[in-house]
Each structure stands twice: as C-alpha cells, then as structure tokens.
Design a protein around this ligand. Structure first.
Ligand code: S3P
Length: 167
C-alpha cells in the first residue's frame, strides 16, 4: 500500500481521522503542522505573525517531501498545503490522496472558539470560511484521488469508507 495523504479545509477532521485510520492499518500518523511547530519550536500562529505566511508555505513543501521519503505513513496536511503549485506537483504523483470534504457548517462547529488558526482570527470567521472554501474547493477536488464527504458521519464510518479505496 502506498502512503496516504489527507487534504481538506481546517477543521474537517484530518488529524482525528488520520489517527484512527493509522491505528486500524498499523501505519504511522504524521501531521505537517505539528512537524513544522516542532522543527521551528514555534506555534503556527507565531510563525505566521513573526516570519510570515510565505515562510510557512515553504516549510510545508519541505515537510511534505521529507515525509514522503518514508513508508507506511498517513499524512495530515495543513488546509492550505494543496494550494501551492510545488505541492500539487508532489500530490499528483501519489495514489492515495483523500479530500475530506466538509460543509461550512461542520467546519465552523469544529473551529469555533479556536485561536490557533491565524487565517480565521477575523471578526466574521463563518464568512471567511465560506470565502476560502469557494476558492479552495475546486483545488482540493482536483488534487484528490478520492473525495469523501465527512458531514454528519462518525470517524469510524469515514475510516471504513477509506479502507475500501486505499490501494
Ligand atoms: C491553514 C491550515 C492550518 C495551518 C495554518 C494554515 C490553511 O492547518 O496549516 O493555520 O491555510 O488552511 P489545519 O488545516 O490542520 O487547521
């Protein structure tokens, strides 16, 4: 089986689902955001504030390349990772890219009250989610081998669906 990559918007459940799937198939779960925070010894919000988003985006590409040198891993990616052309070139060569598709309502429920995501620290986060989703959805869909809707589903159900597709 090839490595598995999870893409999708903030709060769609990439980490939760990735961990559950990893346990089920005995893969190692990794997370680009967590790895970057460890590498930089800084929280994502501080990296954005002090070094800028562009710097963060470069790190995402490095980390993705680094992870893909390993075997038997499930990678949860940051929500903006599939937007960069460099990352799209990498994703195209993979066979198990899953887009976990969530509605703005599901996302809003999951990220409400969260202050760790710099892009959503605005006066109207729901509006921002809708705007970002409008722009990003076609990209997520294009970059994925499989699209799974996660709305109103239990983690267990989503994992079971994924198992059918993994090659
Ligand atoms: C971002 C998503 C975040 C994190 C950063 C930027 C984005 O990851 O990488 O705050 O641009 O959508 P999650 O999708 O894990 O929240």
């Amino acid at each position: 089986m090839d490595n598995i990559i999870l893409i999708g918007f903030m709060g769609c459940g990439k980490s939760t689902i990735g961990k559950a799937l990893a346990k089920k198939i005995n893969y190692t779960f990794v997370d680009t955001d967590l790895y970057i925070e460890e590498k930089e010894q800084m929280k994502i919000s501080d990296i954005f504030a002090q070094k800028g988003e562009e710097y963060f985006r470069k790190l995402e590409t490095e980390v993705l390349e680094h992870f893909l040198e390993q075997k038997n891993i499930i990678i949860a990616t940051g929500g903006g990772l599939p937007l960069a052309i460099e990352n799209q070139d990498i994703l195209k060569k993979q066979s198990n890219v899953f887009y976990l598709k969530a509605s703005p309502e599901t996302i809003f429920l999951h990220v409400a009250g969260d202050n760790t995501r710099p892009l959503l620290q605005v006066s109207n986060p729901k509006k921002k989610i809708i705007e970002l989703l409008q722009f990003r959805t076609p990209i997520y869909e294009k970059e994925a081998n499989y699209i799974l809707s996660v709305d109103h589903k239990k983690v267990k159900e989503i994992v079971a669906e994924m198992l059918v597709y993994i090659s």
